[in-house]
Ligand binder design. Structure first.
Ligand code: NAP
Ligand code: ZN
Length: 352
């Protein structure tokens, strides 16, 4: 299969900084769309992957799965988009299309292995997929999204992961008018969780361990802020929430949040991946029919639904636009929770 060389930013090992490198993109198959990447959001998963936090990174690794760009070329059977259209790609670039989950538009839970936009086995070129910190990407049209015309393009990029990852649990647990929702952690996912829950009509509370983010949270639409290190504040919301979306990226005690669920309430973990410590105490779960659950991004149809909803409600991410060359500093700031509230890379900086 033919390939094209493109510039990208990636890393050769867990402790090396990201730097410019050359990578290959495949020649178009009949169903492929080639996208000139204009903007790429910076997700905490990019950092986890670059630094091998989850233990399964293959190097060289090129992160980036919040991609917005312009269609530059299409395969002969592509019908979804045409050359010149704006297009988006999120965390998924392939799946089997035949398993029960794929048939139900749950490609993210593909029984035969969904293919992530980066660090997943590449069915076309061999090796691993390489993400959006690059000039161009080639993706099967099924996994390419349409961008609502009224939204700022750079601020739309984070919807492709931070947006869908919070939207999917909000929809699955049927959040609507009058629902009481809480979000744990005000970062990239957290701030989209607040905006989307609010857009669906919920009453929204932020749990943060960072005093100083209150005003921002209210500006984003939160109705209340609870500082999670303050026991009195935590007790004040005992038994309150229908749904809590926990976006904290590192190991932490989940038990205090379970106490703030109401009967039948669910705490859904989307951030930390791994065994919990301390253990979950089942007593409040059994006594109140409370659930602790997990959720992974969202399927393609659901991602389009979220983008269309954001178009109708004028919802985008709060972003700080950076140059590609600033990515290592951005990662350090993300580790200090110093992001308001998503870095987005202006890809012109890589091309120039
Ligand atoms: P982020 O922008 O860095 O935000 C995380 C927030 O969590 C921080 O702003 C901070 O909020 C809080 N936090 C950070 N470290 C903490 C700690 N040690 N203890 C308690 N709170 C802490 O990250 P993100 O991009 O939103 O991603 C969040 C997590 O979701 C990452 O682990 C990422 O890999 C994961 N993720 C999962 C999916 C999925 O499909 N399930 C998809 C995308 C991302 P406060 O300052 O307000 O406390
Ligand atoms: Zn992500």
């Amino acid at each position: 299969m033919g390939t094209t060389n493109v510039k990208a930013y990636g890393t050769e090992s867990a402790d090396a900084p990201l730097e410019q490198m050359g990578i290959q993109r495949r020649s178009l198959t009949v169903k492929d769309i080639e996208i000139d990447i204009l903007y790429c959001g910076v997700c905490h998963s990019d950092l986890h992957t670059a630094r091998n936090d989850w233990g399964f990174t293959t190097y060289p690794a090129v992160p980036g799965h919040e991609i917005v760009g312009k269609v530059t070329s299409i395969g002969s059977e592509v019908t979804k988009l045409k050359v010149g259209d704006f297009a988006a790609v999120g965390c998924l670039v392939d799946s089997c299309h035949t398993c029960d989950n794929c048939k139900q538009d749950l490609e993210q839970y593909c029984s035969n292995g969904w293919v992530g936009t980066y660090n997943a086995p590449d069915k076309h070129l061999g090796g691993m997929t390489l993400g959006g910190y690059s000039e161009k990407i080639v993706v099967d049209e099924h996994f390419v999204l349409k961008v609502p015309g009224n939204l700022d393009l750079a601020a739309t990029a984070p919807l492709l992961c931070a947006g869908i990852t919070t939207w999917s649990p909000l929809r699955h647990w049927k959040v609507g008018k009058g629902s009481k929702v809480a979000v744990v952690g005000l970062g990239g996912l957290g701030h989209m969780g607040i905006k989307l829950a609010k857009g669906l009509g919920a009453e929204v509370t932020l749990f943060s361990r960072s005093p100083g983010k209150e005003k921002d949270a209210f500006d984003l639409g939160a109705d209340a802020v609870i500082i999670s290190t303050d026991d009195n504040q935590m007790n004040s919301v005992n038994g309150k929430f229908d749904l809590i979306i926990d976006t904290v990226p590192y190991i932490h005690d989940v038990n205090p949040y379970v106490g703030t669920l109401n009967t039948n309430g669910t705490l859904v973990l989307v951030g930390y991946l791994g065994p919990l410590d301390p253990f979950l105490n089942t007593v409040p779960m059994i006594m109140g029919r409370k659930s602790v659950a997990g959720s992974l991004i969202g399927g393609i149809a659901e991602t389009q639904e979220m983008l269309d909803f954001c178009g109708e409600h004028n919802i985008v991410s709060e972003i700080e636009l950076i140059k590609m060359q600033d990515i290592n500093e951005a990662y350090e700031r993300m580790l200090k929770s110093d992001v308001r509230y998503r870095f987005v890379i202006d890809m012109a900086s890589l091309k120039g």
